[in-house]
Design a protein around this ligand. Sequence first.
Ligand code: NAD
Length: 483
Amino acid sequence: MGTTVKQFGMTVNGEAVYTKNTLPVINPANEEVIAQVPHADQNDLNHTVNAAKAASPAWAARSAEERAAKLEAFADAFYEQRDELARLFTLEMGRPLKGSLQEVIGSSKSCKMIAGQRLENEILEETEQHFVEKSYTPLGVAGLIVPWNFPVTLAIWKIAPALLTGNTIVMKPSPNTPLTALFLGKIAKDIFPAGVVNVVTGGNELGAWMTEHPGIDKISFTGSTATGKKVMQGAADNLKRITLELGGNDAAIVLEDADPKKFVEPVFWAAFRNTAQICIASKRLYVHENIYDEFLAELVNYAKTVNVGDGMDSDTMIGPVQNNMQFEKVKDLIEDAKSSGATIVCGGDVEDKPGYFIPITIVDNPAEDSRVVQEEAFGPILPVLKYHDYEDVIQRANDSIYGLAGSVWGEDLTFAKSIADRLETGTVWINEAHILSPKFPFGGHKHSGIGVEHSREGLAEYTNTKVVMMRKKYFFYKRGGRL
Ligand code: NAD
């Protein structure tokens, strides 16, 4: 085992908890085991949920201001430890160190922004005789299930709203990236009262147990659509509230008036940032036929300037794919594209060496019904597709079970907006991509999710909407009707 990673326990009821069984953590840049982390069983989960339940009434009774102050302190504390957190992030996830650090810093800011949000009570009616008020009460224990692609941001986007609204939490990271979550739990342990923040690690079965656990009142899940469906089924038995942020197959549409020289760089990063392991990455790039050849040539030229390598090397711009399963899946898609006769104009050949490295791979105008177009690759392979007219491209962009996000690129903003308005997604960007903020609701249409994160709507998903009605002047009733 590598010596560069300290061992972290789970955070349960304010204590560091270790288990007899452990799970290995693998560095995707060299496939070496860098740490062993706790492997929780069902008893560990029961104990954790009981602790979260016991801490719930006192935490819910605190004012939003008190809870927000704790979140602010938490944001400051993990910001202080940003270098170590970013190092763990790169070691377990593969992302270049600079990007990991940006994510940690951005997550600290997001945590503070969320801490500043409020779900104020609202008076719905006030007359001389009647008063109606709406408020938002905590649900109890929130189970937070996080994937591996943005292990810090996606954790904070759940931790902060769940706690702010008065819930206690049990968080489970992906077994592929548990170190950053355990480190966040260790920091939280010294800030929040015992039992308020709990972090448990284990295999995928731990997620399934959480969805079915009668002591958990809400599941906020980010991950694949296939797992999201299982979460929904598991949560049905005790009617848990669920928020599902799921997969996508986002279309980016480049309009005829887009100057390739100007647009290629942002379009490239919209597709390949974080080794294309982003739910909202552009996964199908549609380019108007009149600029297609020039755009594709510029895209390939730009791709050749981007270094793929170990995230710990300072000149790396794109790291390895995070895990072996994903690595095999992307390789399979490359082979499928090749065997179906598509032309690969960049990359396509995976070297036989340690680490899950896949070169930036661009496929020239494959068939619309090919796997590389239809499936969420979640890795650095991008189909570039030619279109002739706008009705056709809108129809093709919308012809997907997914509806997470999309983007439109071009000079005529009014026209670009008219296209954006017709895309069946939760978010559309025009001449930008991946801009997300606690200020704006974010969620998926169709099979890309249920509910939203961020904004008042996102906060409300961790609450019960409650209405109190009061008759201010009491009326006596007599037989035959009201007085
Ligand atoms: P995944 O679905 O395999 O795993 C996500 C989490 O669910 C992990 O913590 C995993 O351990 C847990 N899990 C696995 N089986 C479970 C079960 N039966 N019940 C409950 N939990 C279970 O996804 P992943 O491979 O970690 O992440 C990649 C996927 O996540 C992609 O599809 C991507 O598009 C999606 N994603 C979506 C968003 C979004 O906001 N919409 C953001 C990031 C990633």
